[in-house]
Design a protein around this ligand. Structure first.
Ligand code: AMP
Length: 482
């Protein structure tokens, strides 16, 4: 199927062709005709599915088709001092706001519609003056948007189309009240589109109050990204992760990668250490100023730095084309974050690679991830970096909620792991079939029992894949007793 059959005008088809897109992604195939037909939409689609174009393209066309300058409404709008805001896109993060707004310019290249990105952490005045000039499309994070409403630098009373992008993230970040305040300012008669990677009860409640007779688009079973991405675990000792990463870069196995750490401090430290190792790296996280984050992202996109180290929240929504590698320098505390992380590669049907450097402390996290994926992840030992089997698991450092990138409210829905395991769950040997000894230091009775799921394979660098000799049955756990 090509883009031609979706009802898009030639100017937008040209823009899509300029981008090198040959066929629409599933979310585009389904959503574009529905949005053009004026329907409200409830769309399950996560980053990487092509969802941005799925709403930006038809919105551009809808607005252009009734353009105050060319359409029927000319006489009415010509009297206005400035063109009204006609489409409003709400996003959870500044990065996503910037990227969506960039997409508006990209896809509107041959028939431009003015747009402005509104987000916090930068000066208010330039945004106010951009708004004063008039922008039919505004892409905004909720807090700063409400600041503009308060200062009367924006009028939302003429919005015709509303998009909530990554609505689940907005709720996770505590934006629900801000969203409701924005909704109260919009005309009741409008078209509304809600995009979300997941559908919790909260999202459904929000959708019920927001959407009228919505069409549903569901193209992203949760693990779609995971299926496209070639995933690999490399077991390594916690103290040797940085050397291993440097080795992977030095040997050319990794050229450009988004590297995830659990904490902002860890991201900074790793970027600095890599820099000292002669590997240009930048960190992006919630403590960086907006300017620093944009610069880091630009440097990375332009290839001036090969390694961008990020925390989960900071990386969410950043759009980097053709990202070949995601590296989990540290596994996330919550398994679903792994799926989000690796979704940063393998974009729009093109596979990428995710490499996880896993130490003995992270065994339980790895097992959670494999359980969520419902399959094991292949593992490979890298010569010279084989883990020391005598090392014992240590508790993972507690991650304070505030370290998850400036989220408001409770941003960590998952279990929190501290030095005192609860519910009898303690560190276990990694499910990577290499028989790493486990937390003898903390529990009186510790069994060494590597876990591996059926069919798990162990590969060695440079050697043939062979069945994991240590594989025990699924669910065989090693536990420490508290
Ligand atoms: P999104 O899910 O909107 O973040 O888009 C993910 C990536 O897919 C972006 O880098 C887009 O440029 C790219 N993309 C969007 N639509 C297509 C398409 N039809 N074919 C190939 N790539 C696409």
């Amino acid at each position: 199927m090509t883009f031609d059959s979706l009802g898009l005008a030639p100017d937008y088809l040209r823009a899509v062709a300029d981008e090198g897109y040959t066929e629409p992604t599933p979310v585009q195939r389904q959503a574009i005709p529905l949005v053009l037909a004026g329907r409200d939409l409830l769309a399950a689609a996560q980053t990487g599915t092509g969802k941005t174009a799925a709403f930006v393209l038809p919105i551009l066309q809808l607005l252009a088709d009734s353009d105050p300058q060319t359409g029927v409404a000319r006489s009415v709008h010509a009297k206005l001092v400035r063109p009204p805001v006609r489409a409003l896109v709400l996003t959870p993060t500044r990065e996503l706001a910037l990227q969506v707004e960039e997409s508006v310019r990209t896809y509107g290249r041959h028939r431009p519609t003015r747009s402005v990105a509104i987000y916090g952490g930068v000066g208010f005045s330039p945004q106010a003056s951009a708004l004063r000039k008039g922008a039919p499309i505004v892409v905004a994070t909720p807090g700063r948007l409400l600041d503009h409403v308060g200062q009367q630098t924006i009028d939302l009373s003429r919005v015709e189309i509303l998009v909530l992008d990554e609505a689940d993230r907005m709720l996770d970040m505590g934006f629900i009240r801000d969203i409701r305040r924005v909704l109260a300012l919009l005309p009741a008669r409008r078209q509304s589109l809600l995009f979300s990677a997941t559908f919790s009860d909260d999202i459904r409640r929000l959708a019920e109050g927001l959407l009228v007779d919505p069409a549903t688009v569901d193209v992203a079973p949760r693990n779609t990204a995971a299926e496209l991405v070639d995933q690999l675990v490399i077991p390594v000792d916690r103290e040797r992760k940085r050397d291993l990463l440097a080795h992977l870069v030095g040997s050319g196995r990794i050229s450009q990668a988004l590297v995830f750490t659990r904490t902002k401090h860890g991201a900074n430290r790793l970027a600095e250490q890599l820099g000292r190792d002669g590997i240009p790296a930048a960190a992006i996280h919630g403590n960086k100023s907006q300017g620093q984050r944009i610069r880091a992202l630009d440097d990375f996109k332009a290839g001036r730095v090969g390694i961008l180290v990020a925390t989960d929240i900071a990386a969410r929504g950043i759009d980097i084309e053709a990202l070949p590698h995601v590296v989990n320098y540290e596994l996330p505390m919550v398994a679903s974050d792994y799926v989000h992380r690796i979704g940063r590669t393998g974009r729009a049907g093109v596979g990428g690679r995710a490499i996880s450097l896993v130490c003995v402390d992270e065994a339980e996290l790895l097992r959670d991830i494999q359980r969520l994926l419902q399959r094991p992840i292949a593992s490979e030992l890298v010569a010279g970096f084989e883990p020391d089997r005598s090392l014992r698991a240590e508790p993972l450092r507690t991650v304070p909620a505030r370290d998850r990138g400036g989220a408001r409210g409770s941003a960590n829905p998952g279990r929190r792991r501290t030095g005192a395991p609860t519910g009898g769950r303690g560190p276990v040997a990694p499910g990577i079939g290499i028989g790493i000894g486990i937390g003898a230091g903390r529990g009186p009775a510790v069994r060494q029992h590597p876990i591996a799921l059926p069919g798990e394979r162990l590969r060695r660098s440079g050697g043939p894949a062979h069945a994991n000799p240590h594989a025990a049955g699924a669910g065989a756990n090693a536990r420490t007793r508290p």
